[in-house]
Design a protein around this ligand. Structure first.
Ligand code: NAD
Length: 495
């Protein structure tokens, strides 16, 4: 579609910021709203319900009721499967609208909203729908005198809290497995990007998920988010977001009903390129493409690049040649590969990190500036720092912007030690032609996912999550079912 047509569609797009509780679109009980500002141009998309504790109480009561009367949990897995697949089909049918909402709400390029976010969300919902009637329970190898069944049951009411960087996808990674196994869900999207979650809930209703089973409450973290995580009648809280808030979520669980608390948190992923890397061009392309993808606002962005000293100059020459391809552009232009930073606060934070890099003595090789200010939106040029020390802020903290920190090494063991010298443990990569080195490095890296000779391979079949302060949960794959089910043992006397 042409850029003009996307803009025309954006102007005519209906925005509905009301919550969705019990199948109905409603404003917050208090009547409070907040303005949903688009980072594309700084304009308001419209008012959104500012839900708080009263709305959380109402939504949790509705979700509990829906769970207890088994309107969804009581369906055969094959019946839930059919509805989940219809849900996925309807996401695809509403592809353009969902992609446009996502781009306007959080600034990512429309081409990725279409190909990554909408397709990824539909794929996730479909995958869990298809999986749920193929998973078997267990019978324990007990003596003949008794039969012991080990079964999985839905946990009950799931509270899900998600961030703004992949709003629809992160929501789908929670609701896909949680709904498929029969739970009721109350989802709180980020206040920075609430629109696609609300549409997803409408689409779920249209697909046949009964009212009350999937509820969405937009609002602030310290209001709706904390009320959900502290609620005495929520059985499980599934959280994706920052490590700082993740720590609060675990505390809220302990302060309330000891609900199961799953956290998928931040990262500062190391990407180690050895001199015997089998394909330097591929390594450069992955290093640059992955840090600038989604404006650098990815938990698993390879933000720390460790390059073996003997190839660093060549590597950086090739990397710098690619940088112009990533200049931020109009997110509604299908040729744009880097869009807007989510809001003014995040923009200020990213620019602050860039200043700290300069102050602490790193060498700015590219970017480092705000861009497209005439648009009214929030854009940053693709940035590379060389001569980064492992103790600098830009090497230690999650920037969540298009900033690559380059460190070099001469001894691989030293690089592994530096790579592990972080509180995060989400993802890492190593590039080498030596299978022994690759395997030993992959083992030594304390992270949830290691890539060898590539960076961004991704599939619904593999778990995603972190070690250390990158969280304790795993999204995606059959393992995600563990988060949303309780394990029950039933002993049956036989003789
Ligand atoms: P954030 O922690 O600020 O917010 C995440 C969500 O928590 C939002 O919905 C927010 O409203 C809510 N929240 C904030 N304060 C709360 C509170 N006191 N109680 C309950 N809820 C509260 O994170 P963000 O800025 O939205 O997202 C960026 C972060 O998410 C980054 O750290 C990124 O690495 C991480 N992330 C992790 C993964 C993963 O799978 N590991 C995926 C995507 C993003």
């Amino acid at each position: 579609m042409t850029t003009t047509l996307w803009h025309e569609r954006a102007r005519n797009l209906a925005i509905d910021g009301r919550a969705l509780i019990d199948g109905q679109r409603v404003w917050a009980k208090s009547g409070a709203t907040f303005d949903d500002i688009s980072p594309v141009d700084g304009r308001s998309l419209g008012p959104v319900a500012r839900c708080d504790v009263a709305d959380v109480d109402a939504a949790v009561a509705v979700a509990r009721n829906a769970f207890e009367d088994r309107r969804w949990a009581g369906l055969a897995p094959a019946a839930r499967k059919r509805i989940m697949i219809k849900f996925a089909d309807l996401i695809v049918a509403n592809r353009d609208e969902l992609a446009l909402l996502e781009t306007l709400d959080m600034g990512k390029p429309i081409k990725y909203s279409l190909s990554v976010d909408v397709n990824g969300a539909a794929n996730c919902i479909r995958w869990y729908g298809e999986a749920v009637d193929k998973v078997y329970d267990e019978i324990a190898p007990t003596p003949d005198t008794a039969l012991a069944l080990i079964t999985r049951e839905p946990v009950g009411v799931v509270g899900a809290i998600v961030p703004w960087n992949y709003p629809m996808l992160m929501a789908s990674w929670k609701i896909g497995p949680a709904l498929a196994v029969g739970n009721s869900v109350v989802l709180k999207p980020s206040e920075k990007s609430p629109l696609t979650a609300l549409r997803l809930a409408e689409i779920a209703l249209q697909a046949g998920i009964p009212p009350g089973v999937f509820n969405v409450l937009p609002g602030y973290g310290h209001e709706a988010g904390s009320a959900l995580a502290l609620h005495m009648d929520v059985d499980c809280i599934a959280f994706t977001g920052s490590t700082k808030v993740g720590k609060l979520i675990v505390q809220y669980a302990g302060q309330s009903n000891l609900k199961r608390a799953w956290t998928e948190l931040g990262g500062k992923s190391p990407n180690i390129v050895c001199a015997d890397c089998p394909d330097l061009d591929a390594a450069v392309s992955a290093a640059v493409g992955s840090i600038y993808f989604n404006q650098g606002e990815s938990c698993n962005a390879p933000s720390r690049l460790f390059v073996e000293a003997s190839i660093k100059d060549k590597f950086l020459e090739k990397a710098l040649a690619m940088v112009p391809d990533f200049q931020p552009g109009d997110p509604l232009d299908e040729n744009t590969v880097m869009g807007a930073i989510v809001d003014g606060i995040q923009l200020k934070s990213v620019l602050g990190f860039i200043e700290s890099g300069k102050e602490q003595g790193a060498q700015l090789l590219a970017g480092g500036e705000q861009a497209r200010t005439e648009s009214g939106g929030y854009y940053v040029t693709p940035t590379i720092f060389d001569q980064v020390g492992n103790d600098m802020r830009i090497a230690r903290e999650e920037i969540f912007g298009p900033v690559l920190s380059v460190l070099s090494f001469t001894d691989l063991n030293e690089a592994i030690r530096a790579a592990n010298a972080t509180s995060f443990g989400l993802q890492a990569a190593v590039w080498t032609s030596d299978i022994r080195k690759a395997h030993q490095t992959a083992r030594a890296l304390r992270v949830g996912t290691v890539h060898v000779n590539q960076y961004d391979e991704d599939d619904m079949t593999v778990p995603f999550g972190g070690f250390k302060q990158s969280g304790n949960g795993r999204d995606k794959s059959l393992h995600a079912f563990d988060k949303y089910t309780e394990m029950k043992t039933t002993w049956i006397r036989i003789v």
